[in-house]
Design a protein around this ligand. Sequence first.
Ligand code: RP5
Length: 169
Amino acid sequence: MDAESQSSVLVGVVMGSRNDYAVMRGAVEVLKEFGIAHEVRVVSAHRTPDLLFEYADSAVERGLRVIIAGAGGAAHLPGMIAAKTVVPVLGVPIPATALQGMDSLLSIVQMPKGIPVGTLAIGASGAANAGLLAIAMLATTDAGLQKRLVAWRAARRDEVLAQVVGEEG
Ligand code: RP5
């Protein structure tokens, strides 16, 4: 659900380029699975800096509770957003460069003291985990959501317990 029509979007998912969506869809799919009102935007730190400022500046008054920001090349997007809002920012390094996202990871994770960005793994795992972490953050004040998150994890556990390998199958 890209919840633009809903009054209270809780999670903003932004990325530096539409090409990042191949990875960032992992976060969006998790948010959809849990029915979290969210929006998806392309916001580039170096190509649309004014939009970045406007988006981050208005995040509190728009009621956003978490912003997930994915970036590949010149991955200062999450840090710049965090610099302009106190809404928690989760950064996802995108493997879009010759360095396979290692440069993005280091750029996003090495925020100087004072302006934190919660940094996830490079790529698809990081995107999905950013969605799950956003849900866990929202769940601290939403008992129903917390219950569903616990059930989701139990289902993943049961999947693993049901796995058989080799001749045992
Ligand atoms: C960054 O530069 C984006 O996050 C993207 O990962 C990278 C390349 O962007 P495109 O040239 O693919 O649009 O801003």
